[in-house]
Design a protein around this ligand. Sequence first.
Ligand SMILES: [Zn+2]
Length: 501
Amino acid sequence: MRIAIGQLWQESNTLNPLPTTLRDFEAFGIYQGGELITRFAETNELGGFIQSLHAWPTPTEIVGLMRFAAWPSGPVDAATFAILIDRMMDALAKAGRIDAVLLALHGSLVAECEPDVEGHLLQRVREHVGPTIPIVATLDLHANVTQRMVDSADVLTLYHTAPHIDVMGTGRRGAGALRRILFEDAKPIMAFRKLPMVVPAERANTQDPTSFSYGVRKTLEGWERNRHVLGAGLATVQPWLDIPDLGSSVLVVVDGESWRGWGDQACASLATEVWTHRRDYLPDLVDASDAVHVAHKNAKAEPSALTVISDSADATTSGSTGDSTVLLSELVKYDWPRPAIVTLVGPETVAEAERRGIGAEWTATLGATRNRRDFLPITLPVRVTNIFDARFILSGHLAEKLPIDMGRSAVLTQKNVHIVVTSRSGPHFAPQLFQTAGLDPFAASVLIAKSPCGFRAAYADRAKQILVARAPGCAPSDFWRIPFQRIPRPLWPWDDALVYA
Ligand SMILES: [Zn+2]
């Protein structure tokens, strides 16, 4: 057996004015061939593929294609899109005879010239390998699944969790479906329903027993325990995509014609249930100033209490720019008994801090360097308290043992407000980022997590209170207030009166 594996991964956000370029993929690390296999044997979907393939009953040769990943940001520019696709297809052509293709994809990668990058890639791969070679691809729970993806792949395997703590497991499930096809002659049939709805991410917490999403996860996991089911998933999409064909999807993959009816029925019933519960996804938002005020009250009442405020509108995990000063402007109005921690993406600020050196004090103008449409800069007296490389291993939401490099970074301090400024975007919620910066996120009075839901994996058990702030940015929860131009209409919640049959 020769199995080709590869990855193309980014969650795009069309409200982010910064295009994603080849440099962004290079910054995250482009790997190919044998190096891809050695470097990613223990991390994320590729690791799930590799470990599963090594355990197969017949000796299996893994052929590494390409690994392209970039941190969530604006759409990929046209030249980069062409390079990504050409290099992946080149690697596939050079791989020679193969028995199957396993791809780790996101499902919401958008290029300036192509709103459905994964559909385009899967179609090209199908055209290359022909109709009989199995293609299995994994997708994020926030994928915008398209008919073209469904038509081109044999099996699409979705994450079951948000926070995404089953990334590597999804790789294993995808490889498991492929194993069934190759060794047990399974004949996958995909039932696919597209729902005319998109939802905010904040309350889609599959790990919270009080959440509707928890029950959905249990249902999907239950279905997958049936050996006639090769996969089942709900993709609620990420909503900051002004593209045609935007919508949530349910996928149920069964083995063989005799299960087709069951698959169709299961898919339709879950789609109806999700539609019925669509309002359960709407979060309670608190004005940024009120959220910080509550955090300060908590800190005064109980000095060891941690309040986490989600600045989901500027979530770097959702493809926002990470340079919002909205919460920072509120934090500096208070005296905090313990650190108040907030992040910014600001390479110019890091360079200036490095030029001035640790201990330097000056009046800095911070933020709004990448998104001047939504944010205003703030001018503050600060002191440089740390300069460091934001390099660490991310585990938890989004990753298992995934190396992250956000470049040279600095901690600027104003009284007890600590501003972690990184050169590049990345997981601006991760405890590992703050620890690398020399700060203890769990010992803070207040921590601003630029993440809508995933941060809960790290903080839900440690925080006294978690609030979601209403603020401007590229990833607002109340996204339907933005007049998108290209989305299909009617689409909920833009069209609240919509009826789904
Ligand atoms: Zn996601």
